[in-house]
Design a protein around this ligand. Structure first.
Ligand SMILES: C[S@@+](CC[C@H](N)C(=O)[O-])C[C@H]1O[C@@H](n2cnc3c(N)ncnc32)[C@H](O)[C@@H]1O
Ligand code: SF4
Length: 419
């Protein structure tokens, strides 16, 4: 059985030190070519989930991606003869992408001609018959529908803008998506508030005949960073949950067909015999409407801008190759907030300078930010001249969020920008 960092504390490190060669999932020391491009179609949403990693919500400006500019960038990558790495899939997300179906169609429809798989993730509330027909017509390869909660009272408490009947409506829409002939993938995020519902949800999905069910522990990122205590399972319990679930499933297999079952962002589930998905860091790039390209939306590792005038996805790919080792080895995976659920990042291998104990306590008046290009593109945050975090996500003119570099992930510090 593979040794996980969790099982192998090193040198008295209070956290379990992370090292490339002990990563249980991937050969991160070798370059992984790009697999898929993920595109955030908009920032707006018809829900306000208390856990939203993207901090999207009802009333947030829609800010849809410009499909012509995005296509120009994507298609130059697909057609560039000097670039050997081509994505085999383009996945769309949001916000709620069904709010901008024209934009979705403008990007996804042409990709069928390239033989590129296309998938959309949705909260499932806006899936009417007409929209489903349109998704089929644009040759969308698959639909990923979020379904976390069967209990109306819980849904109303956790998801702003939801209606009492939504637990049934989304279930009906999942059935309708299957009936329309789409490949349907259902995502359940699991935590303290819904662990007792997961078996029931999985059985419902078997009964409906969905193709794949994926379980993912809540990740303390975005709004969920603040909700962490109430939302996520205690770290010791996450592994217990997967063991119990595997046991329940073996002893009481549900009705209908056996939906494929995968686990995302929790490698130890492999030891409870789940198929675990490789860390998305290693194969995707994530494009936002504002131009930023990240390695993953849960950890803000910045790769460049997809805007054609900034060099577009071709230059992002060059940057990805240049940064890959650093991102995987020293930065990206070690700063991943999902790892809080199963292992701790070590402070020893970050490229950032060690924190200066003489530095004044964290107070915004001591922080300065400097950036290059557009302010939202790249910023470095310094405290008394010492690099604290890079990159920083500017949420608006006053607020930012960032991951402290090389420190315990719990030290995520939301705050205000002094400019
Ligand atoms: C950000 S949403 C965007 C698409 C769509 N609005 C939806 O909710 O399905 C994509 C997926 O991320 C999940 N998600 C959001 N915040 C999360 C968090 N903090 N941890 C784990 N999953 C999260 C959502 O439940 C959903 O399955
Ligand atoms: S998780 Fe999805 S539905 Fe919920 S607020 Fe975020 S983008 Fe909207």
């Amino acid at each position: 059985m593979a040794t996980t960092p969790e099982q192998a504390p090193r040198n008295g490190d209070p956290y379990q030190a992370f090292e490339i060669e002990s990563h249980p999932l991937t050969g991160l020391d070798t370059y992984r070519p790009l697999g898929r491009v993920e595109v955030k179609f908009l920032d707006g949403c018809n829900r306000s989930c208390s856990f939203c990693v993207n901090e999207d919500h009802i009333g947030k400006i829609l800010n849809p991606i410009d499909p012509d500019r995005f296509n120009a960038s994507l298609h130059s990558l697909l057609e560039d003869e000097n670039e050997s790495e081509k994505p085999f899939a383009v996945y769309g997300t949001g916000g709620e992408p069904l709010m901008v179906l024209d934009v979705v169609e403008a990007v996804m429809r042409p990709l069928a001609d390239y033989g590129i798989a296309t998938r959309l993730v949705t909260n499932g509330t806006l899936l009417t018959e007409a929209r489903l027909a349109r998704l089929v017509d644009m040759k969308l390869t698959g639909l990923k529908i979020t379904y976390n909660i069967t209990d109306s009272a819980r849904l109303l408490a956790m998801v702003g803008g939801s209606k009492e009947r939504d637990v049934l409506t989304v279930l009906e829409n999942i059935r309708a998506a299957k009936a329309a002939g789409l490949w349907v993938f259902v995502r359940i995020s699991v935590g303290a508030t819904n662990e007792d519902e997961i078996k029931k949800i999985y059985d419902l999905m078997r009964e409906i005949g969905v193709d794949v069910v994926q379980i993912k522990p809540w990740i303390p990122s975005g709004l969920a960073a603040d909700e962490h205590d109430g939302l996520s399972l205690p770290r010791d319990r996450v592994r217990g949950f997967f063991d119990d679930f595997a046991h329940q499933n073996r002893s009481h297999p549900g009705p209908g067909t056996n939906a494929g079952l995968t686990v995302s962002c929790y490698p130890p589930a492999r030891e409870a015999e789940f198929v675990t998905k490789d860390c998305p860091h290693v194969e995707k790039i994530y494009c936002e409407p504002g131009g930023r390209v990240l390695v993953c939306n849960y950890a803000n590792e910045y790769l460049g801008s997809w805007f054609p005038e900034d060099g577009g996805l071709i230059s992002v790919m060059a940057r990805r190759r240049e940064l890959y080792t650093r991102l995987m080895d020293e930065h990206g995976v070690t700063s991943c907030p999902a790892r809080v659920n199963w292992s701790r990042p070590t402070g020893t291998i970050s490229p950032a300078p060690a924190p200066n104990p003489a530095a004044p306590p964290h107070r915004s008046s001591h922080w300065t930010a400097s950036g290059t290009g557009r302010p939202e593109m790249r910023l470095e945050l310094r405290r008394s001249g010492h690099l604290i975090a890079s990159p920083v996500t500017l949420l608006d003119h006053h607020r930012y969020r960032f991951w402290s570099v090389g420190a315990d992930i719990d030290t995520l510090l939301p705050g205000r920008m002094q400019t």
